[in-house]
Design a protein around this ligand. Structure first.
Ligand code: ZN
Length: 370
């Protein structure tokens, strides 16, 4: 029986005051935008209220981040902070589901464009875009007061940093990764489950594993892994850690292989450098360089140890004497010979068209300064 009619029937048949109250409450939640989620027994009205109070840090808003952000913003979380260091390019549109051709033409940073689309999807969610590189020097301000950290990154340096941050500030985080048609995901609860470094003690050497740059990536796997991460986030937000998938799930959507390594019997490893020995060296910045290769980009990122704001307009004017320059309030792009330089307000730059750290650094020092 439809809810409104059932409420009418309850009145007609002399239902008690309590029954009428329950019916009225049902009308409220059934007509609410979250009704289908509230109907789901794993969430219910009480769970929805917890979701509404949930605070998420999403690190990386490319392919995985787009999927995760959309699912959780539609689910009605309270607040999401989206940290991303990159801007949108045409080659992103094949799989980065939040972005449009217009975003690409506008040269917007991903965090800013994502926030605009997400606000149009659900205006009741507080959305904070942060255009920055998540590093040892920037992460504390981002993780403060968050309930969960979600991995939308494309590199292990940042994931090890997230793992350290999760341990220091006692915040669960959900790992996810994709390349080709292959993907994996698992949730980590500090000092309860093994941490990332219990499973993978050492940072894989550069070039040792396939990347989106070398073998590409297809949209479907991104959506599957993004969905897995989001489901774990909903369980955590609603206080149902017991429902978490305690398996490291891996799958290949092309060769149809699906595997799950059961971690449920594993405790945090007392020999683990991070959770066992308390050496949070990624948080101490011991592994950070000033230049990083970017996944899938034929590009090098140049960062300052401490972000230092630059005057984009003045630099754009100066560089325009050398070649075409475009800029908006977030970044400028300049063509310098065969290279393209994108400079952000915090002084960080992405030099596109090279994988040579030295060349990228030379371009930065020569045209932006030290
Ligand atoms: Zn560990």
């Amino acid at each position: 029986m439809p809810v409104r009619e059932s409420l009418q029937a309850a009145r007609t048949h002399g239902a008690t005051r309590w029954q009428r109250k329950v019916q009225a409450y049902r009308v409220e939640i059934m007509t609410d935008r979250y009704s289908r989620q509230v109907l789901f027994s794993g969430i219910g009205a009480a769970g929805q209220e917890k979701v509404r109070r949930g605070r998420i840090l999403l690190v990386g808003c490319g392919a995985l981040g787009s999927v995760i952000a959309e699912i959780l913003v539609r689910a009605g979380i309270g607040r999401i902070t989206i940290a991303d260091r990159d801007y949108i390019e045409e080659s992103n549109l094949q799989r980065q589901a939040l972005f449009t051709e217009e975003d690409c033409r506008s040269g917007l940073p991903k965090a800013v464009a994502a926030a605009r689309h997400l606000r149009a999807i659900n205006s009741s969610v507080d959305i904070y875009p942060e255009v920055l590189d998540v590093r040892a020097s920037t992460i504390e301000a981002l993780v403060r007061e968050q309930n969960i950290i979600l991995d939308g990154t494309d590199n292990f340096e940042t994931r090890y940093l997230l793992n350290d941050a999760s341990l220091r500030w006692n915040i669960p985080w959900v790992y996810g990764a994709c390349v080709g048609a292959y993907g994996m995901s698992v949730a980590f609860i500090p000092y309860v489950t093994p941490c990332l470094r219990c499973i993978l003690p050492l940072l894989p050497p550069p070039g040792s594993s396939p990347t989106c740059d070398t073998v590409g990536v297809i949209g479907p796997i991104v959506h599957v892994v993004g969905a897995l991460e989001s489901a774990e986030a909903l369980k955590l937000l609603t206080g149902q850690g017991n429902q978490l998938n305690r398996k490291l799930v891996t799958m290949d959507l092309w060769t149809n292989q699906l595997a799950a390594m059961d971690l449920s019997a594993q405790k945090p490893d007392s020999d683990c450098q991070a959770c066992g020995q308390g050496k949070l060296e990624f948080l101490d910045g011991l592994h950070e360089g000033h230049a990083d290769m970017l996944c899938g980009r034929n590009a090098v990122q140049i960062s300052r140890l401490v972000p230092r704001p630059v005057d984009l307009e003045a630099i754009a004017k100066r560089l325009s004497e050398l070649g075409p320059v475009t800029h908006n309030e977030f970044l400028l792009k300049a063509k310098i010979g065969e290279l393209e330089l994108a400079l952000f307000r915090d002084g960080r730059a992405i030099v596109k068209g090279t994988q040579d750290f030295g060349e990228a650094r030379r371009v930065y020092s020569r045209f932006i300064g030290d």
